[in-house]
Design a protein around this ligand. Structure first.
Ligand SMILES: [Zn+2]
Ligand SMILES: [Zn+2]
Length: 181
């Protein structure tokens, strides 16, 4: 496994960057080509080269120009704590650009002390937001903050050795189209 968990606890052990962005080779397969018409609006986009997103409270709004290289569902402890759920769901783009359309001053960047792990979120509502990493070489985008459709599908589950003990056979439990009750 390219992204195997060698520590048995967390695939992004102390001081290292997130495993999904620590392997440069896979992220250079696709290069961004700017579309002929560039839109500037805070609304869902169907153009893969131009997609917008926002936080839950609507304070922060952004647009991404470019293509995503990969899409990982990561179960490492950092992603589980950062997302509050079973796994992070992050898109990665090596050639895309991020434009804040509103609320940039409300975006907080958290850097885990002693490591290169970091994530961005809205200071008002806590929603995960895009994060520029590796000195600008990589853009990490939480899939849940995007407002438009994306064409890339998850590339892989990674760091599965660090999954939560309740994260077992989730596809087999009952599924409801709405909330319970
Ligand atoms: Zn917000
Ligand atoms: Zn992770």
């Amino acid at each position: 496994m390219v992204f195997g968990d060698r520590s048995g606890q967390d695939a992004a052990p102390g001081g290292d960057i997130h495993p999904a962005i620590g392997k440069p080779r896979p992220y250079h397969r696709t290069r961004f080509v700017m579309g002929s018409s560039e839109r500037r609006m805070c609304a869902a986009s169907t153009n893969q080269s131009n997609i917008s997103g926002s936080c839950l409270c609507g304070t922060v709004c952004f647009e991404i120009n470019g293509s995503f290289d990969s899409f990982f569902l990561c179960r490492c402890s950092r992603c589980r704590k950062g997302s509050g759920t079973a796994h992070g769901a992050n898109l990665f783009a090596s050639g895309a650009t991020l434009h804040w359309l509103a609320g940039e001053a409300e975006v907080k960047i958290f850097k885990l002390p002693g490591t290169r792990h970091q994530r961005s979120f809205c200071m008002e509502c806590g929603s995960a937001l895009p994060d520029v990493q590796m000195d600008g070489a990589m853009l990490q985008v939480p899939a849940g903050c995007l407002d438009g459709p994306i064409w890339i599908r998850p590339t892989a589950h990674i760091c599965c050795a660090s999954r939560a003990d309740w994260d077992v056979a989730l596809d087999e439990i009952i599924m409801m189209n709405g909330p319970p009750g």
